[in-house]
Design a protein around this ligand. Structure first.
Ligand SMILES: [Zn+2]
Ligand SMILES: [Zn+2]
Length: 198
């Protein structure tokens, strides 16, 4: 299958970069930094007091899973519908202008209306049902949910589950971060009541 638009494909379609792949790396820095600061400051404080080492293990696992699923969401195929090569486009344009078949179709089975099939004038393909053209990536995406600016790619039928897992792990990681930071502040305050934090 041929992809074009603003996406780039590698390894025979196994790795696909969205319109702004660097955004995924910036997002990873953004959500990893608080976790790394916590790992460096709060967890040694907890371990020193003999509280538990499992917190460090839990944070490590959560960080790994959050990064893994953000990577898998950002660099996998969201469900891009292949576009025509430039040479075929010209032929398609002339064929369609002759036959005037650029109109939308209604998909029916035994007379029962199922869905409307639209023609994408940018990709030059008839879109399957539930397919939307993403203006950021310049591609039609099957099962399009939204274009995620944080990951720089579309969320569609093929990476939707990965995106949901990414959100679950990211939220759990941030809740743990918040709880650790608050606990760290309370523990230090209990040790040195007059101390300010920095
Ligand atoms: Zn399109
Ligand atoms: Zn997109």
């Amino acid at each position: 299958m041929l992809y074009s638009g603003k996406t780039k494909t590698f390894c025979k379609g196994l790795c696909i970069l969205g319109s702004k792949p660097m955004m995924a790396f910036f997002s990873m820095i953004f959500f990893n930094t608080p976790a790394i600061i916590n790992m460096a400051r709060a967890i040694p404080n907890f371990v020193e007091r003999g509280l538990t080492i499992y917190l460090a293990v839990l944070m490590g696992i959560l960080m790994f899973l959050t990064n893994l699923f953000s990577f898998m969401t950002a660099f996998s195929n969201p469900g891009i519908v292949g576009q025509l090569q430039n040479s075929l486009r010209m032929r398609t344009i002339s064929n369609l202008s002759e036959t005037r078949e650029m109109d939308n179709y209604h998909l029916t089975v035994r007379g029962a209306y199922l869905s409307k099939i639209k023609f994408c004038v940018t990709c030059f393909v008839y879109r399957p049902p539930r397919t939307v053209h993403c203006n950021f990536c310049d591609n039609c995406v099957y099962g399009f949910d939204h274009h995620c600016k944080w990951l720089g790619t579309c969320v569609g039928a093929l990476n939707y589950k990965k995106f949901i897992w990414f959100l679950i792990f990211l939220n759990t990681l941030e809740i743990c971060n918040f709880a650790l930071a608050i606990s760290h502040i309370v523990l230090v305050a209990m040790d040195e009541p007059g101390r300010t934090f920095g």
